[in-house]
Design a protein around this ligand. Structure first.
Ligand code: APR
Ligand code: PHB
Length: 390
């Protein structure tokens, strides 16, 4: 088989890249290790920056997002039993974010790809990349028991943190930076109305809390838990009681509980791999970087990588220009490091560490106090939350 751009991974990065390339007439093929249903079973964050919304529109997959997504003009910070409104639109000259789950973004992209007849090889095992440091890259993989070879001009490694693409790069050519946080997020999805019409990020001596949503009837809540916790030890009742204990009295009274549809614990990590291009292999999305979820930058960063990568390929094929290809890694990393900084800062501010010295807790408390009392500090937070320019 032969294609122009071979995409490894059919998560949001790979699917969005495929759709943008299809629109521009660039041939592409996606190879995915899992089944489509498995990919859709993963539940992740759900806050889209305006530039991500714009890119999804450009890819022609925005219709359901605009119909069902919730435009949010602000969020709330909760600490010391009180909530403080962060008015994103006022602080950023009218910007907002879109609350629309990553699962739905992925579903829309999968349906759009099927509708235009572009090919995705699902359940492809033992994917092996070759030749990306020379002129003839490609991949071998096993599909339906048969070993196949795919030749291409370029490989886009969109295969997430555990994928084969980053792992195929010689160790001497790549540098990785990593910070693992000493706590996790226990998440619950439930068909209950959200406790507030805006997201609430809470700091509490019992741990961080996030009250989020997927729709007016579906809520998503998270609790900071020690990494040693087992999800099996958290009955629904225990989860709701702990959530209530970390809320201000008004929110605690308003909380509507119900059976969980999903419950899982996710670790928190900051990770960046540099550079993001190795000859004819390009990394994009979680394959190159991970942010802790506080601030929901993961999918948005994946989208900005894909924006730059699709532009680079389109410039190459249409205008015979290599500029986008040459600058891909530096363009991405400049935006990524700023989002890594924001996600690390917001995580550090809102969580308490095991055995945290009292002075650290006091300093965080003072920073929160400063933040909610200063328009300058709030504006800095808001411009990062709605997304820095692409
Ligand atoms: N071969 C083929 N496909 C693979 C391989 C492999 N060896 N390894 C992994 N994959 C697939 C995974 O099964 C997955 O479907 O690559 C896909 C990667 O998808 P994601 O992990 O969702 O990564 P990405 O598309 O970059 O999306 C980034 O996901 O984790 C969130 O916060 C993150 O929202 C961001 C988004
Ligand atoms: C979510 O809804 O899952 C979500 C929202 C905001 C975050 C993280 C996760 O910062």
């Amino acid at each position: 088989m032969r294609t122009q751009v071979l995409i490894i991974g059919a998560g949001p990065s790979g699917l969005l890249l495929g759709q943008l390339l299809h629109k521009a007439g660039v041939a592409n093929l996606i190879v995915e290790r899992q089944t489509g249903d498995y990919v859709l079973g993963r539940i992740r964050a759900g806050v889209l920056e305006q530039t991500t919304v714009d890119l999804l529109d450009e890819a022609g997959v925005g219709t359901r997002m605009h119909a069902e997504g919730l435009v949010h003009h602000g969020f709330e910070l909760m600490f010391d039993g009180q909530r403080h409104h962060i008015d994103l639109s006022r602080l950023t000259g009218g910007k907002s974010v879109m609350v629309y789950g990553q699962t739905e973004v992925t579903r829309d992209l999968m349906e759009a790809r099927a509708a235009v007849g572009e090919q995705t090889l699902y359940s492809a095992s033992d994917v092996e990349l070759f030749g990306f440091d020379g002129d003839q890259p490609g991949a071998r993989c096993t599909v339906d028991g048969e070993r196949i070879t795919i030749l291409c001009d370029y490989i886009a490694g969109c295969d997430g943190y555990h994928g084969v693409s980053r792992a195929s790069v010689p160790a001497s050519a790549i540098k990785t930076h990593e910070k693992v946080y000493p706590f996790g997020w226990l998440g619950v999805l439930s068909d209950t109305p959200p406790v507030s019409h805006e997201l609430i990020y809470g700091r509490h001596e019992r741990g961080f809390t996030l009250c989020s949503m997927r729709s007016p009837t579906r809520s998503r809540y998270y609790l900071q838990v020690p990494l040693s916790e087992q999800v099996g030890d958290w009955s629904d009742e225990r989860f709701w009681n702990e959530l209530r204990a970390r809320m201000d009295p008004e929110a605690a009274a308003a909380l509507v509980t119900g059976p969980s549809l999903e419950k899982s614990i996710a670790p928190l990590r900051s990770f960046v791999a540099e550079p993001m291009r190795f000859g004819r292999l390009f990394l994009a999305g979680d394959a190159a970087h991970i942010v802790p979820p506080t601030g929901a930058k993961g999918l948005n960063l994946a989208a900005s990588d894909v924006r730059y990568l699709s532009q680079a390929f389109i410039e190459h094929y249409r205008e015979k220009s290599e500029a986008g290809i040459e600058h891909y890694s530096a363009r991405c990393l400049s935006r990524i490091w700023k989002a890594e900084r924001f996600s690390w800062w917001f995580t550090s501010l809102m969580h308490n560490l095991p055995n945290e010295p009292e002075i650290d807790a006091k300093l965080h408390r003072a920073e929160l106090d400063y933040l909610v009392g200063s328009d300058a500090a709030k504006a800095a937070m808001a411009e990062n939350y709605v997304g820095l320019p692409v």
